[in-house]
Design a protein around this ligand. Sequence first.
Ligand code: IMP
Ligand code: MG
Length: 173
Amino acid sequence: MEHKIKVLVSKEQIEERTKELAAQISREYEGEALHLICILKGSVFFTCALANYITVPVTLDFMSVSSYGNETVSSGRVKILKDLDESIQGKNVLVVEDIIDSGRTLSYLFTMLNARNPKTLKLCTLLDKPDRREMDIEADYTGFQIPDLFVVGYGLDYMQNYRNLPYVGVMEQ
Ligand code: IMP
Ligand code: MG
């Protein structure tokens, strides 16, 4: 697969912003332990980079979700392809996402995770497309707000491709 891809957020910008977010997170959770939940596959790269710079004790877990059935219905229900390995009860949970678009996936996920009684539940996203929002959901930590464009790279895919690009780019037609 080969498309022309124009850089939207550079590797350097991502690195710098990740360090800033990690510093803020480390300050806000000082004296506490933090349980990071990486939403597969898109947020793998961001979760790892972020975890590297967080200075409070970190544990990691992974979850894989997909939209339920026919996209045109868009119920916002998500199917769990891989659930967490460990209980989140009583933990400071920080969900790490690649991008918030309509917010449907996360809205559903948050209701579900909240029911498992974490001590705290927050959200960190690398990218946010606020123009596309349909649900009332907002990240506690946001890397970059971007316009309504389809982006790839740094975990984000187009038909499973381009996740490994070290930057976030826009595919040109
Ligand atoms: P939503 O917030 O429930 O609408 O869905 C968010 C999910 O859609 C993300 O986790 C991505 O997997 C996918 N997504 C949304 N926008 C983009 C994009 O610009 N590029 C690649 N994937 C995207
Ligand atoms: Mg995703």
